[in-house]
Design a protein. Structure first.
Length: 75
């Protein structure tokens, strides 16, 4: 059974709203935006999330958060 695209988009938007309350730099906001972009039909949802983050936080802060996330995942 195919998933309803409107329901998937609505669920993704709720995930973004829920993730917005979590601490910055955790990665949950990034994943929520990527999920929302995927539900909207983006070919590369992580690239969309990165572009949104760079626009909101600036290149320097986004790079710092990305580096922190890579260090956290390395452990």
């Amino acid at each position: 059974m195919k998933k309803n695209p409107k329901k998937a988009y609505r669920d993704a938007k709720r995930a973004v709203e829920k993730a917005a309350k979590k601490p910055l730099g955790e990665g949950s906001r990034f994943e929520a935006v990527a999920k929302s972009a995927e539900a909207s039909g983006a070919k590369n949802p992580k690239a969309v999330a990165a572009a949104v983050g760079r626009k909101k936080y600036g290149n320097k802060k986004m790079q710092a958060m990305a580096a922190a996330g890579r260090r956290k995942n390395k452990k």
